[in-house]
Design a protein around this ligand. Structure first.
Ligand code: PGA
Length: 249
């Protein structure tokens, strides 16, 4: 059985004051039976990890460099994330792919770097609106999976997040049939590549405009093991509502 996961991505949002939301979230969240992950900006990672200590909240980075260390001004290594208390790292988010030209090859190299520090990689994939309209969604997803995932993926090491680019931060959500089609395709691709046991143990999250009001119906879709949440993870009340919907699913 795959344990469900609610993951929050704060993106480039939040200074110290925003950590009050973490205290609220911890205070209002009891034993939910689901994995809860928050990925703040790198500047808040240490403090959030300390605040989360002893609670059922894990923390993660939003990116890491593929190299162990060195002359890479402004970058953060997997070891630094681990040292700051992270257990996970989001890799290949569409905003990284767009803003920083990240390729599938680079995402795969970053995933290897994350694994070398025992971080679970949350690898993001998703089609653009033009690709969806052209009917090439599954081809795009297949190519991204083949290129972004290194050999040796297992449930503890990898989470896949399906995030249609056109649904991120837009309030637009695919139909439940569209989500099911892509998640089922990802599951069968993972099984074909990594084998039955590993392929079935890897969680597949849906991301893109998930809110408390649409969470329950999305979590009822086959092969949806949780969500990667942007905007709604910034408020404890909203993220808490999504966690509640997931633990009831
Ligand atoms: P959103 O972002 O929930 O604000 O649409 C999702 C994401 O980018 O992970």
């Amino acid at each position: 059985m795959r344990r469900k996961m609610a993951a929050g991505n704060w993106k480039m949002n939040g200074t110290s004051a925003q950590l009050a939301e973490v205290d609220t979230l911890i205070a209002q969240t009891g034993d939910t039976g689901v994995d809860i992950l928050l990925c703040p900006p790198a500047t808040l990672l240490s403090r959030m990890s300390m605040a989360a200590e002893g609670h059922a909240l894990q923390t993660g980075g939003q990116d890491c460099h593929p190299a162990e260390k060195g002359a890479h001004t402004g970058d953060v290594s997997a070891e630094m994330l681990r040292d700051a208390g992270a257990t996970h790292v989001i890799l290949g988010h569409s905003e990284r792919r767009t803003d920083h030209g990240e390729t599938d090859d680079l995402v795969a190299a970053k995933t290897v770097a994350a694994w070398s520090e025992n971080l679970t990689a949350v690898v993001c994939i998703g089609e653009s609106e033009a690709e969806r309209d052209a009917g090439t969604t599954l081809d795009v997803i297949g190519t991204q999976l083949a290129g972004s995932l290194p050999n040796g993926a297992t449930g503890p090491r990898l989470v896949v997040a399906y995030e249609p680019v056109w649904a991120i931060g837009t309030g637009k959500v695919p139909t439940l049939e569209q989500i099911a089609e892509v998640h089922d395709f990802i599951r069968s691709t993972l099984i074909a590549r990594f084998g039955e046991t590993a392929g079935n143990s890897i969680r597949i999250l849906y991301g893109g405009s998930v809110k408390p009001s649409n969470a329950a119906e999305i979590f009822a879709v086959s092969n949806v093991d949780g969500a990667l949440v942007g905007g709604a993870s910034l408020k404890a009340a909203d993220f808490g509502g999504i966690i509640t919907a997931l633990s009831a699913a």
